[in-house]
Design a protein around this ligand. Sequence first.
Ligand SMILES: NC(=O)c1ccc[n+]([C@@H]2O[C@H](COP(=O)([O-])OP(=O)(O)OC[C@H]3O[C@@H](n4cnc5c(N)ncnc54)[C@H](OP(=O)(O)O)[C@@H]3O)[C@@H](O)[C@H]2O)c1
Length: 251
Amino acid sequence: MKIVVVGGTGLIGSKVVGILGSKGHDVVAASPASGVNTVTGEGLAQALEGSSVVVDLANSPSFKDEDVLEFFATSGRNLFEVEKAAGVGHHVALSVVGTDRLSQSGYFRGKIVQEKLIRESGIPYTIIHSTQFFEFLGGIAHSGSEGETIRLSPAFFQPISSDDVAAAVANYTLAQPQNGVVEIAGPERVRMSHLVQRYLKAILDSRKVVEDAQASYFGAQIDDDTLMPGAGAHLGSIGFDAWLARSTVSK
Ligand SMILES: NC(=O)c1ccc[n+]([C@@H]2O[C@H](COP(=O)([O-])OP(=O)(O)OC[C@H]3O[C@@H](n4cnc5c(N)ncnc54)[C@H](OP(=O)(O)O)[C@@H]3O)[C@@H](O)[C@H]2O)c1
């Protein structure tokens, strides 16, 4: 089966390309690095020719509100026009658990538009909602950074390793389209402020996390339920300590 992984050079994309390739599929890693750009449309038609499945794992290079919206809106329109012409039978995309509850955030307004375009495309699809990646803990710390302190919400979340995400994405890619949303999450529910503090300690970053229930998450107010998956979520097996032990961030 020919499978195109858009964003196939990224954190999750490169792992998904590896897994699908090892199962014998003809996998194309499509991204600006290989001359395929979903925003300008460059190289898209050629990359998708003869493909059965498209997996969209791209992300906006800029997190400014208007840039994210423009990225996901334009990419979606360009992708579906070419997917229809190529006869693609399954569109898989990675989004975030709680996206619909996070519309105060510019980034998540971009993800909401991405998902709307998928639902309206007429192409069979699977939207995978993942919780935050452990690899993104540094990004979360950065988002709450105020000099020597980091102001973060103590709200619960259930982060997941990129290896567990990639394995789940590869499985859903090879399954029948769900025509709906499926959720994936890590094995442990933790408070965001606590885990980021543990992460900073592990990477020998001396900054202190200040708990603030009013601190926003990328512009959105959150509570203990906002970032948590529902009861039917598929759970990965790698917890924070196991992830830390095998990752290079603390070495
Ligand atoms: N971070 C989290 O905790 C989290 C949680 C849940 C879901 N997600 C979602 O997971 C997805 C993947 O995230 P990631 O961290 O793996 O991304 P990433 O490592 O930042 O990789 C982004 C990818 O997008 C590609 N890209 C950028 N501009 C493009 C364009 N114009 N056309 C085509 N491809 C383009 C990049 O290609 P080049 O290398 O060529 O620039 C790269 O392959 C995102 O949609 C994100 O919303 C993230």
